[in-house]
Ligand binder design. Structure first.
Ligand code: IMP
Length: 192
């Protein structure tokens, strides 16, 4: 079964392909001739996920899914949330990490969670899947792998930051991995 994944993020494409395996053929935006920037103008992770998938369905008419993720920090009332990608005003991971560490400099409350919401549209019908990983924001960066906030996120129950984990270690416990697993479970049943 062919599905378009509404993203141009190479890290995510690689993560998703690793999880989905060869059961499904995942095609990117280039394969459907989509060169536009996808809209992400709502004020929730759920809303942006919906908006991106809907855009692909309405403009290209192909079965598709989109994801939207964010880091929600308890001590910051859920910030950066929908603003995670450009929290510092820049999309540079280093800047965003430093900005977040600065915001948390005066608190010992480090609890946070990543949330990923996948919106699947098949034959025009929409389904959402939500994955969450609880953890804490570290005091400083640890590890060289991953992307985004990985160096400062320690998942609950683990001793390695996301950036110290391999993809094989991170995928099964990550917010995106968990949301994707729900997607794959759904698709597997859907095909029967
Ligand atoms: P997106 O909506 O999935 O593109 O995620 C928004 C932003 O959240 C990204 O630009 C990253 O900064 C951050 N983010 C999402 N997922 C992860 C992750 O697995 N590790 C680290 N940062 C992430």
């Amino acid at each position: 079964m062919q599905l378009c994944f509404a993203s141009r993020n190479e890290h995510k494409l690689a993560e998703i392909q690793a999880i989905v395996g060869d059961k499904f053929e995942i095609i990117g935006l280039d394969a459907i001739g989509c060169t536009a920037e996808l809209p992400e103008t709502t004020d929730t992770i759920e809303g942006n996920s919906h908006q991106k998938a809907r855009y692909i369905w309405e403009h290209f008419g192909v079965d598709c899914f989109a994801d939207d993720s964010g880091l929600l920090v308890d001590a910051l009332n859920g910030e950066p949330g929908v603003h995670t990608a450009y929290y510092s005003g820049s999309r540079v991971a280093e800047d965003n990490i430093n900005f977040l560490l600065h915001k948390l400099a005066h608190t010992t409350q480090r609890q946070a969670h990543f949330k990923s919401v996948i919106t699947l549209i098949i034959k025009g019908i929409e389904h959402q899947f939500t994955g969450i990983v609880e953890g804490e924001v570290l005091l400083q960066k640890r590890g060289e792998g991953g992307f985004g906030y990985d160096p400062i996120f320690l998942p609950q129950g683990y001793t390695q930051s996301f950036a110290e984990m391999t993809m094989e270690e991170k995928n099964p416990i990550s917010h995106r991995g968990r949301a994707l697993q729900q997607l794959v479970d759904f698709l597997t049943k859907y095909e029967k």
